[in-house]
Design a protein around this ligand. Structure first.
Ligand code: ADP
Ligand code: MG
Length: 271
């Protein structure tokens, strides 16, 4: 529907990340609103091409809609996508504080459906975290940012995944000898589980608010500390569900299809 970048007017900046700047844009004829991610690198890197190839192959209500790719006048790549009008889970938790169990069960269900969809297509996301889960006013939750994702059968450099933050990486992504080599799908489950704990607590679970850890200390905590858990006043189902996501040993961690049948998800958090 959008033929050229010149048909789009910029409304505001939605986000700035390692991968580029994302603008809210409007199509001048149809007035349809989109998000446009401009990646300031020419020629595009292999990873950027991979991001486009992977993102453009997706089509699911649980993945942000891909609407096309363009080149601007300076040769930069711009990815057009569906605009998510409630922002990221990261912004929501920072502005509204923590989420209720029922809301988290809903987010868990949609996040798992998104993971189930991409995993079936042999895509490993590798960067599931609150700022890469987008939300609409209708409380739709969709997976975004395939900037470090990969196809499961293609060999990869584990350091790729660490390009952004290591904070949501699973123990086996740091040390596959100790925590079990996996195809990568289990890593996305860990990251989603950690994200859900953060939504409940209102802060990144490995760090008490106001404290800091160096990268190596954080890695140590993830690999050798107890996995984050929930307080006793949460429901048994919620605690058990998180326990299944945050198994340090990748082979003990539940798969997406198992988790989709967990009572925390099937009961909608009402138990
Ligand atoms: P990066 O690789 O730089 O992290 P992202 O694709 O995650 O790029 O986008 C960066 C930020 O831009 C997101 O965290 C979010 O705040 C905002 N953003 C990205 N896509 C959209 C969208 N479709 N709708 C609304 N905001 C978006
Ligand atoms: Mg991102």
């Amino acid at each position: 529907e959008v033929d050229s970048l010149s048909d789009l007017e910029t409304l505001e900046v939605l986000g700035n990340g390692s991968g580029g700047r994302v603008y809210k844009v409007r199509h001048s004829r149809t007035l349809a609103v989109y998000a446009l991610k401009v990646i300031p690198c020419y020629p595009p890197s292999k990873q950027v091409l991979r991001e486009i190839e992977i993102f453009s192959s997706t089509d699911s209500p649980f993945v942000v809609g891909y609407r096309g790719v363009f080149q601007n006048s300076s040769g930069e790549i711009a990815i057009l996508m569906e605009y998510m009008d409630a922002g990221t889970l990261d912004n929501l938790v920072k502005t509204n504080g923590s989420f209720t169990e029922a809301m988290i069960a809903n987010i868990a269900s949609q996040g798992l459906k998104g993971l189930s969809y991409i995993h079936e297509k042999k895509i490993v996301h590798q960067d599931i975290k609150p700022s890469n889960l987008l939300v609409s006013q209708k409380m739709e939750v969709k997976i975004a940012d395939f900037g470090v994702s990969r196809m499961v059968n293609i060999s990869h450099d584990p350091c790729d995944a660490c390009a952004g933050t290591c904070a949501y990486m699973s123990p086996e992504q740091f040390d596959s000898e100790t925590f079990g080599a996996s195809n990568g799908f289990a890593g996305d489950v860990w990251s989603l589980g950690l994200t859900l704990v953060e939504l409940y607590k209102g802060y990144y679970p490995y760090l008490l608010p106001g404290t800091k850890l160096k990268r190596a200390e954080l890695m140590w905590e993830i690999c050798f500390g107890e996995p984050p858990s929930l307080p006793e006043d949460t429901s048994e189902n919620f605690r058990d569900f998180i326990g299944c996501c945050l198994q340090k040993e990748s082979s003990k961690r539940w798969t997406v299809s198992q988790l989709l049948c967990h009572p925390f998800v099937t009961n909608g958090g009402c138990n």
